[in-house]
Design a protein around this ligand. Structure first.
Ligand code: ARG
Ligand code: ZN
Length: 871
């Protein structure tokens, strides 16, 4: 059942032009296809034509105008096969599909009454018989016929070339002149309204921009539109890439499996990834929308003009595009904070994936179900690999390599070798060893050890690397790990000049670890240094260095690299948390490390000028991150230790937190600017500390912030802190007010669900069950499932209850979703697949639920994950 990269064969038949006609009907949509097909010159003369197709009812089939008889072809559950076809021909088919009953949200489906599509990776085969693979590229002409009242708006890719009415129905004809694989096909039809704008490209093309939404959301499109224009300008100035059609559309859809989709000229978005309003969306949501709008737009080149040869190359477009959107967001917001947020998420979630049973390389070599591979490894680790490449060869060479790639492979389906090859050509570097980052799974661990030699004024740094075995890959080879570093003088507090083998690297340099172990000797080091290693997270590795707390406190205030200053603080907190976790387990009194308190006091005294960075530095590692550091996770000790630390800091620094809160309270009208976002996050971090001890003044500020209702960032933070406190007398009315006020707004109700099911108090499981019956909840809507069930599984103390009820609840939901929406079901199981990291009784309970799921008739999606988890 698995597909292997090594089995790749070019297609036997190519489609040069695709004509489609959709006659829309909720339960019986007719799709007529005219495929202009040619045999691939490389294919055998006798090759049969095999098309993909699933859940299709074939109505008729013809070839060059002649109807085919049943004996001329064979239809299976997944294919249509014709044994003998000419060299070049037109295949005419008509199928019937049922959008209403499509709960998998792949192919053509209905969401809040509108028709929409999701074809990546293999959804197009649920629309018509077709060679559903990315290396078959055709121009498309699409006619959409609908009911003028029910679906007044009819959209598809490209430019609208015709529209009209006929027999009480209306239609629109769309043409996309750019050849594309079918996964980029899109169709939308419904009762939609638009916001319009314009963009003039650098060469003078006038582009109409449209964001299509349900009428009540028209006031929530401004930020997405502004983000789109910024992204279009950024891609021109940074990569020289310009848009290539006269129209660019975004549509917001309520039921969507992922964030968004880059269909040519017609991006389809999860409404959560496009709609914002100060009253309904938090700062984080505003930033998320900006990043996703840019990501999808950037795909127009990295993905659409140059696409992937096969799905093993998925990271070719995703890793590169994530890297592009990260750089864009860094340029438009606080760059250090963007990096801090990305890396702290990466080290928590991607490291966990790499350490679990579904670990896979950035380019996997086999899969059962490709939708299971839209992962943190493909996206985020893929982006880290591209970032390393860019840093290795330098931006100028990287940009030349990108130009070469876009030029040489324009209109083609490329591979990762093609991309890296362009970078080699542009830089003259050999990247053979670097390629291992694409084929080897698992997180490399780097042990570092440094020694200062006073007599010779030398600093010797030894680095040792090792990648743990992952499923199917026991032996690992050494990787090329670029380590950006500085040596911070303990006397001067400054970066010292780095001299290696007689060559000066300046005050900051990159050393290249290529072997299992290497020692680097820095010469002319005038004073004892503290090494600042892996600055900016220069490689996606787990770095161990035996820092003392004094050294970390020193780096926290002296490191010239903002990212590493933050990281030093996290490491310092981690050491103190380890003590508290041990104390909790041994049943002895917990004692707070005063060095952490003093470090925080220094921070609050105004050491850090960037407020957004300061807010990050004042935030303790999450429970998930702490758990990642333990071999066997002690859920309760982690929670207790972290709470103790938050409370100790709040008690010791109460006045500072109140002062910080007050200094950053503002009644300026809301804007999602980096300055305002920084100020709000600092204020809200301070409030969280005050609420950790339910300080009287803190409670007063929190209630006032909730009641003032200035913007969703402040309201949601206040609501969360009240609901997560022990003051249920205050929490209950706040929840009620909020729930009633926003009952009409689905995206806000998602937040209302999440706030409730992430409380640490032990009544949460019952609340999840109760909320699953709430009228605002629907198991068919992926956002609701993520907001309620997904959020609950992140509530560590409650999900991992010792009676196993949290696991049972998740398994029940997975079993139901396995029938309705296999992609979402397979994603939701993730926390259960991490059973190896828990104590024996939890392991047994988790495995028991996995085994119960396995007894069901499973979709290939869920089967693949459960199978790996139990292997
Ligand atoms: N290409 C899209 C994006 O990253 C995501 C596609 C999601 N596909 C899926 N089967 N869920 O921008
Ligand atoms: Zn993408």
């Amino acid at each position: 059942q698995p597909v292997y990269l090594s089995d790749y064969q070019p297609p036997d038949y190519l489609v040069t032009h695709t004509e489609l006609t959709f006659d829309l009907d909720p339960t019986a949509t007719r799709v007529k296809a005219r495929l202009h097909i040619e045999r691939n010159p490389a294919a055998a003369l006798s090759a049969p034509l095999v098309l993909d197709g699933e859940n299709l009812t074939l109505v008729s089939l013809g070839l060059d105008g002649t109807a085919l008889e049943e004996r001329d072809y064979v239809v299976s559950d997944t294919t249509l096969r014709i044994e003998h076809v000419p060299e070049r021909f037109c295949l005419e088919s008509e199928v019937e599909i049922d959008p209403n009953s499509n709960t998998a949200l792949e192919g053509l489906y209905r969401s809040s009454g509108m028709y929409c599509t999701q074809c990546e990776a293999e959804g197009f085969r649920r629309i018509t018989y077709y060679p559903d693979r990315p290396d078959v590229m055709a121009t498309f002409k699409v006619t959409v016929i609908g009911d003028p009242a029910r679906e007044p708006v009819l959209l598809a890719n490209g430019n609208r070339v015709e529209q009209g009415e006929r027999d009480g129905r209306h239609f629109a004809v769309w043409e996309d002149p750019h050849p594309k694989p079918c996964y980029l096909f899109a169709l939308v039809a419904g009762d939609l309204c638009k916001t319009s704008d314009r963009f003039t490209t650098q060469s003078g093309r006038e582009v109409a921009l449209e964001i299509w939404v349900e009428e009540e959301n028209l006031d929530k499109t401004g930020h997405a539109m502004a983000s789109l224009k910024r992204a279009m300008a950024w891609d021109e100035t940074t990569y020289g890439r310009e848009y290539d059609l006269d129209l660019f559309m975004i549509v917001a859809v309520n039921d969507f499996n992922m964030g968004a989709m880059e269909n040519k000229g017609l991006n389809i978005f999860n409404s959560a990834a496009v709609l914002t309003h100060p009253d309904t969306a938090t700062d984080a949501a505003f930033q998320n929308v900006e990043g996703i709008v840019a990501h999808e737009y950037f795909h127009n080149w990295s993905g659409n003009r140059v696409t992937c040869r096969d799905w093993f190359q998925l990271s070719l477009k995703e890793g590169f595009t994530v890297f592009r959107d990260q750089c864009f967001s860094a340029d438009t917001n606080s760059a250090p904070v963007k990096r801090i947020q990305d890396v702290s998420f990466f080290r928590t979630a991607q490291f966990a994936e790499d350490a679990g049973p579904t670990a896979h390389p950035v380019r996997p070599d086999h899969y059962i179900e490709i939708t299971n591979f839209y992962t943190l490894t493909i996206y985020e680790k893929g982006a880290e690999v591209v970032r390393m490449l860019c840093n290795l060869i330098g931006w100028e060479a990287f940009r030349r390599g990108a130009d070469r790639y876009f030029e040489r492979f324009d209109g083609c389906a490329a591979t990762i070798e093609d991309f890296v090859g362009c970078m080699e050509d542009a830089s003259g570097e050999r990247l053979d060893q670097f390629m291992r980052w694409y084929s080897q799974a698992g997180t490399p661990e780097v042990d570092a050890f440094g020694e200062y030699d006073y007599v010779h004024g030398e600093y010797r740094l030894t680095l040792r690397q090792r990648t743990p075995a992952t499923p199917g890959q026991n032996e690992k080879l050494p990787l090329h790990v670029p380590v950006r570093l500085g040596l911070v003088g303990t006397k001067s507090g400054q970066d010292l000049t780095l001299t290696l083998d007689g060559e000066s690297l300046g005050k900051e340099g990159v050393i290249h670890l290529r072997q299992a172990e290497q020692t680097f000797v820095f010469e002319n080091v005038a004073e004892a240094p503290v090494p600042s290693l892996l600055r900016g997270f220069s490689a996606p590795v787990l770095l161990h260095y035996p820092y003392s707390r004094e050294e970390l406190a020193f780096l926290l205030t002296h490191d010239s690299d903002g990212f590493n200053r933050w990281d030093a603080g996290q490491r310092l907190s981690m050491l103190a948390l380890d003590d508290l976790i041990a104390a909790h387990r041994n049943g002895v009194e917990k004692v707070m490390d005063t060095r952490v308190v003093e470090a925080f006091r220094t921070l609050l005294d105004g050491e850090v000028s960037d407020k957004a960075v300061l807010a990050e530095m004042l935030t303790l590692p999450t429970e998930a991150y702490i758990a990642e550091q333990q071999r066997i996770v002690d859920v309760d000790a982690i929670h207790a230790a972290r709470e103790f630390m938050r409370q100790s800091l709040a008690v010791a620094l109460r006045d500072e937190f109140i002062a910080t809160y007050e200094a950053n309270a503002s009644d300026e009208p809301y804007a999602p600017t980096p300055e305002q976002i920084a100020t709000r996050s600092l204020k809200n971090v301070a409030l969280a500390y005050l609420m950790a001890i339910e300080d009287a003044k803190g409670l007063e500020l929190c209630q006032a912030q909730f009641a003032a209702g200035r913007n969703m960032t402040d309201v949601r933070q206040a609501l969360t802190l009240l609901v997560h406190s022990d003051r249920q007398d205050l929490a209950a009315p706040a929840l009620k007010t909020f729930g009633e006020k926003w009952a009409h707004d689905s995206l806000v109700m998602d937040q209302w669900f999440t706030v409730q099911v992430t409380r640490p108090q032990p009544d949460v499981l019952e609340r999840v069950e109760y909320l699953m019956d709430h009228p605002a909840f629907s198991i068919k809507n992926p956002n609701k499932v993520r907001a309620l069930i997904g959020a609950f599984t992140q509530n560590r103390v409650n999900f991992h209850r010792l009676d196993g009820q949290g696991y049972r609840l998740l398994a029940d939901v997975v079993i139901e979703l396995n029938r309705l929406n296999p992609e979402i079901a397979a994603r939701l199981i993730t926390p259960l697949t991490r059973w190896q990291r828990f104590d024996e009784s939890r392991q047994a309970l988790m495995r028991q639920e996995l085994a119960r799921i396995k007894k069901e008739p499973l979709s290939s999606n869920v089967y693949e994950v459960v199978e790996k988890a139990l292997a």
